[in-house]
Design a protein around this ligand. Structure first.
Ligand SMILES: Nc1ncnc2c1ncn2[C@@H]1O[C@H](COP(=O)(O)OP(=O)(O)OP(=O)(O)O)[C@@H](O)[C@H]1O
Length: 406
């Protein structure tokens, strides 16, 4: 998610302009510039996105009324798979969003597939300027979609483990199977539960219940999301089991910060048989560092637009520092730290952490850094020897040297 010069002028323009705009997703910066000139001449505001994460971020932060999506937006890509995946993610976020897909002449079957997946229309490349502008204007006129701050939060995923998790979620979303999502605080359990609901084709009502203060089950079926499901009272557990035994049970998505095996010892075995049918474990951020720069870039853009403030820089050094940081509440903590950076106009030390956990972490990190530095000096910066003395592998030592800027 690089911030190029044309991106910057675009951001400045949109900070002060909440008029509905067109979002064009294509990795080719020349085509982006040409398209922007074309649309600007016709009085249509255009935003650019060069990859999926950037497209989703823009969608969450700007009043996007229409998307023009190149189905193969990465160089060399031909299958349209990445475009179709992004189309799905965008429609999860904004089910009524008009999306015009762009494809080469050879890609008619992909365009048809995109229409089946919810695209509004398609355009062949190379496009005819007049026809494209007409189609865009007509679609914009028809579209009554207005940007709402109520849009569900965007799901940003870069690590392999989370990509797999989302693929699993998408596969089971359309079934009626109960699902248990476990993972520590703030890892995104609720976000995934909402995605399941959005993809489920379930027209019933959505009930979000906190087991800690839930006294009765909803009357109507639909989708029931239980937070802190380990706290369900014994009588509610029995009622829930009965409801799940019925012929047309509600769709239950149980969330818990306990590991499934610990939850098993808290909940009644009959209920666990239902809830444990499909379990998904979301790892803490520390086990998926690849997600941290992508999430930080997303939140930076999101909060800078929301607070109408400039976006602090996120370079490689800052990304590495964020990856080395401890995030007690995972994505929730990272999100708060990024919002603080936007508001304060620069990165601050995190004030978070119970008691002096932050201080202790800082001390531990300082100690580790000095131990490593001392070992390196003793061995005249010979990494192999220093690693041996520290009981680390060479790659592990290199990682720490990068983390501490040694
Ligand atoms: N992959 C992600 N991409 C973008 N935002 C995310 C992601 N994961 C989590 N978040 C954001 O982090 C915050 C916490 O997420 P969420 O509420 O889903 O976590 P949770 O695991 O249900 O937390 P808890 O168990 O503490 O209630 C929310 O603001 C959510 O939008």
């Amino acid at each position: 998610m690089n911030a190029s010069h044309d991106d910057m002028s675009e951001k400045n323009a949109t900070h002060h302009d909440a008029a509905p705009c067109l979002l064009f997703v294509d990795d080719d910066r020349d085509i982006q510039v040409a398209a922007r000139i074309l649309f600007q001449r016709r009085g249509i505001n255009m935003l650019s996105a060069h990859d999926a994460a950037e497209a989703l971020t823009r969608l969450a932060s700007h009043p996007v009324a229409l998307v023009l999506l190149d189905l193969n937006y990465t160089k060399g890509a031909r299958t349209g798979a990445e475009g179709l995946a992004l189309l799905k993610d965008m429609l999860v976020l904004r089910p009524d969003l008009p999306v015009l897909v762009v494809t080469g002449h050879s890609g008619v079957s992909i365009a048809v597939e995109a229409m089946r997946a919810g695209a509004t229309d398609f355009v062949m490349k190379p496009w005819n300027n007049e026809r494209l502008v007409n189609l865009v204007s007509k679609t914009l006129e028809k579209s009554r979609v207005s940007h709402s701050s109520e849009t569900d939060p965007v799901l940003i995923v870069a690590s392999q483990v989370m990509k797999q998790c989302v693929a699993d979620v998408d596969r089971i979303a359309t079934t009626r199977a109960p699902i248990l999502i476990s993972g520590p605080a703030g890892v995104g359990k609720m976000l995934l539960a909402r995605r399941i609901h959005a993809l489920s084709n379930d027209t019933g009502a959505l009930h979000v219940l906190d087991a800690e203060d839930c006294e009765a089950l909803p009357e109507e079926d639909g989708v029931w999301i239980f937070r802190n499901s380990e706290a369900l009272s014994p009588s509610l557990q029995r009622h829930l089991t009965d409801r799940l035994d019925e012929r047309s049970p509600p769709r239950v998505i149980a969330l818990s910060s306990l590991e499934p095996h610990t939850l098993r010892s808290r909940l009644q075995p009959k209920l666990m048989l239902h809830l444990g049918l499909v379990t998904l474990k979301i790892p803490p951020l520390s086990e998926r560092p690849d997600d941290i720069p992508a999430l930080a870039a997303h939140f930076l853009h999101y909060f800078s637009v929301r607070h109408m403030l400039p976006e602090p820089e996120l370079d490689a050094v800052r990304s590495a520092a964020l990856q080395a940081e401890v995030w007690p509440q995972n994505v929730r903590s990272l999100r708060a730290a990024v919002e603080r950076a936007v508001i304060m106009g620069g990165w601050q030390a995190s004030p978070e952490g119970p008691g002096n956990q932050a201080e202790e972490t800082q001390t531990l990190r300082d100690t580790e850094r000095s131990l490593i530095e001392a070992a390196l000096r003793r061995h005249s910066f010979n990494v192999t020897q220093a690693a041996r003395e520290l009981g680390l592998t060479r790659p592990a030592l290199y990682r720490r040297m990068a983390r501490y800027g040694l």
